[in-house]
Design a protein. Structure first.
Length: 116
């Protein structure tokens, strides 16, 4: 039995499957090419090794050490600031709870006086 719309649909599905196969192959080829190009770029971007005894390396190492010491100082200052902020927050929370407790007590007294 021939069903026209079903025959048309089957043809379209077969064409789509064939096209997907072609696109998958093209995708695989492009991924391989990208991987090859990335390898080339990484090889080209590696700086040449400095000759032995080069004073620039020692200077760079010292500059990095100075930078690390500066970052350690900044980190210590940030940790101190964080600790102070945490202590202030705890202090504020204690004060807030005390105010809440006292206001609630006053509210209860007023409610009692008002006969509520």
């Amino acid at each position: 039995m021939e069903i026209e719309w079903l025959d048309s649909l089957e043809t379209r599905v077969r064409d789509a499957v064939a096209r997907l196969g072609d696109l998958n192959e093209e995708n695989r080829s492009l991924r391989d090419r990208i991987r090859d190009l990335e390898s080339e770029v990484s090889l080209l971007s590696i700086p040449p090794a400095a000759p032995e005894g080069d004073g620039d390396v020692d200077e760079e190492i010292e500059a990095l050490r100075v930078r690390v010491r500066g970052l350690e100082r900044d980190l210590a200052a940030a940790e101190t600031e964080r600790a102070e902020a945490a202590a202030a927050a705890r202090s504020w929370e204690v004060e807030r709870n005390e105010v809440r407790r006292r206001v609630e007590a006053l509210t209860e007294r007023l409610a009692g006086l008002a006969g509520l």
